[in-house]
Design a protein around this ligand. Structure first.
Ligand code: AMP
Length: 295
């Protein structure tokens, strides 16, 4: 089946309605485009879990702050369509902003607690924009499965919560972060990095690895884990936005890592003007492939 391009909400609704009548299972993969191997891993996971996969490609204006990179965010629809087709997606939903937010639009979704700290504290309104657009996409397509990356770990927990709270009925699946061979987490924003910045950016993933190694060696004090990651950033002259050890489900800050309570270490940092995020599990259960993932 050739890749179908859906440009309007009406076309998307008709596509979803037809699948329901045919009793086909749909997987939704929401993205902002400029697709890389990380996004394509989500498409592959969708193919394993459903009959059809729809990828949404939408640079969502409501999740960008006034001083953030909305206007210069990389956009590459033709290349993205080819990638989606090659990965075996069945449809791409690529609406214009006015389709999603027509004049007079006034409804927003706020996930109160889990949006609070970390990126939520540094990017006011960001998760309100994310929750709103994902709620709209889930309501429009009513997919059986929706696939997200662990790369955006707080976002994944925000979406699990909104899916539960609004009874949107999707199974929310998290996919582990796909990395370049040297460890850098793949991101559409990596194109902003100069070659020298690209090398300095490695301090995020190497610092995470060092923290994981400490835990394997039996260290449990969160301050020590945070410190080792901070020193990796400092050595590379990368400016920390935050470094925190948190409970993998509630995202509450932890002082101590226990083997029985899934924990994650999360980092956000500026390499030059580019803000990057990354995270890693700290104990065997830290992937947070929790019961809620499969509800
Ligand atoms: P974005 O286009 O950056 O909004 O990302 C769309 C989806 O792809 C989100 O669920 C991200 O978490 C996921 N994603 C982005 N980068 C990666 C990666 N390196 N590995 C796995 N998933 C990713």
């Amino acid at each position: 089946m050739a890749l179908q391009l859906l440009r309007t909400v009406e076309q998307a609704a008709q596509f979803a309605e037809r699948l329901r009548l045919e009793h086909k299972r749909l997987a939704l993969v929401p993205t902002m485009g400029s697709l890389h191997q990380g996004h394509l891993a989500l498409v592959h996971e969708g193919r394993r879990r459903a009959d059809l996969v729809v990828v949404s490609i939408f640079v969502n204006p409501t999740q960008f702050g006034p001083r953030e990179d909305f206007s210069r965010y990389p956009r590459n629809l033709q290349a993205d369509l080819a990638e989606c087709e090659a990965a075996g997606a069945h449809a791409v939903f690529a609406p214009e902003p006015v389709e999603m937010y027509p004049p007079g639009y006034q409804t927003f979704v706020e996930v109160a607690e889990v949006s609070k700290g970390l990126c939520g504290a540094r990017r006011p309104g960001h998760f309100r924009g994310v929750a709103t657009v994902v709620a709209k996409l889930l309501a429009l397509f009513r997919p059986q499965v929706a696939i997200f990356g662990e790369k955006d770990f707080q976002q994944l927990q925000v979406i699990r919560q909104l899916n539960r709270d609004l009874n949107l009925g999707a199974r929310i699946v998290g996919v582990p972060t796909v990395r370049e061979t040297d460890g850098l987490a793949m991101s559409s924003r990596n194109v902003y990095l100069s070659p020298a910045e690209r090398r300095r950016a490695l301090s995020l993933s190497t610092g995470l690895l060092e923290a994981q190694r400490l835990v394997r060696d039996g260290r449990t004090d969160a301050r020590e884990l945070v410190a080792v990651l901070r020193s990796a950033l400092a050595q590379a002259e990368v400016r920390e936005d935050y470094v925190e050890v948190v409970d993998a489900q509630t995202l509450e800050r932890l002082e101590t890592v226990h083997s029985t309570r899934p924990a994650r270490i999360l980092v956000a940092a500026f390499v030059g003007n580019t803000r990057l995020i990354d995270n890693a599990p700290l104990n065997p259960d830290g992937r947070a492939e929790d019961g809620q993932a499969e509800e």
